[in-house]
Ligand binder design. Structure first.
Ligand SMILES: [Zn+2]
Length: 270
């Protein structure tokens, strides 16, 4: 991989605000990006969106997550999403529950003396979060499918793609990707979706799709680069990129993948 492609990680990122999950997220170019927390397409500065009521509520939840007040963050997410029919809220709460369940699961501390009780309660808590995560995701898929029938939006189809990939529903993800391709113009979200599909399903040539994303796309591309390297047995390189990424961004997907990579490397060194 040429040096120029890694060098984007050394730059200062611009900050944009995600209306789907309430995060302040990072962009390599200043005009648009893919959210590091929920993977929605984002092109607004916080100034332009801060008066929006849903954004304000989600942004409070993100602040609670950043200050490690997970219980309060989850209570607020429950309150916001329990009867929600707004696609934005459903997609955002799906990402918040997913991040929380990953954090719970990987937080297990095997060195703690009473580890059985502590850890099993963590595992049960993460199972409860997984069921909430799935509930939000499937509700999002159901309601968005109905809306797409009457007036299809590429932005919604892109979110359906991300949701299906995260739920590991490859056929549905492919269907969404085909729909995105069929509209002709190549925009950042389509470029990103192509890359995610190639990396996650080892299809086509992931490296060739990663290159342009690493230069102009979102910093998330580095997470997918590390996954692609890991799949090809380049474990140390995969870990190095995850470490570099975590110095700049608290990205839930990358954090849980990083624990898996570390575990794997430890086991193979034994
Ligand atoms: Zn987001």
């Amino acid at each position: 991989m040429p040096r120029s492609e890694y060098s984007a990680l050394d730059r200062e990122f611009s900050e944009l605000a995600c209306g789907y999950c309430g995060s302040i997220t990072y962009a390599i170019s200043s005009k648009d990006t893919i959210c590091h927390f929920c993977e929605a397409y984002v092109n607004t500065a916080e100034e332009a969106i801060k008066a929006d009521e849903t954004y304000a509520k989600l942004s409070v939840i993100q602040k609670l997550i950043s200050s490690s007040s997970f219980e309060d963050a989850l209570k607020a997410t429950d309150a916001l999403s329990s009867k929600a029919t707004d696609l934005r809220v459903l997609f955002g709460s799906f990402a918040i529950y997913a991040a929380a369940s990953d954090a719970r699961y990987y937080d297990r501390d095997y060195n703690r003396s009473g580890f059985m009780e502590e850890n099993s309660s963590n595992v049960y808590a993460s199972l409860d979060l997984v069921s909430k995560e799935k509930e939000s995701a499937f509700k999002f898929l159901r309601l968005s499918a109905e809306k797409q029938k009457s007036s299809p939006y590429r932005s919604v189809e892109y979110l359906r793609f991300i949701t299906n990939v995260r739920l590991k529903r490859r056929l549905y993800a492919k269907r969404s990707l085909d729909l995105l391709e069929s509209s002709g113009t190549v925009i950042l979200s389509l470029q990103y979706a192509r890359m995610v599909y190639a990396v996650e399903y080892s299809s086509g040539n992931p490296e060739s799709l990663l290159s342009p994303m690493l230069i102009r796309g979102s910093p998330n591309s580095y997470y997918y680069l590390s996954r692609s390297l890991f799949r090809r047995g380049k474990y140390a390189e995969a870990r190095m990129i995850l470490q570099k990424l975590s110095e700049k961004i608290r990205m839930p997907m990358a954090a849980s993948f990083s624990v898996r990579v570390d575990d794997f490397i430890k086991k193979t060194e034994m």
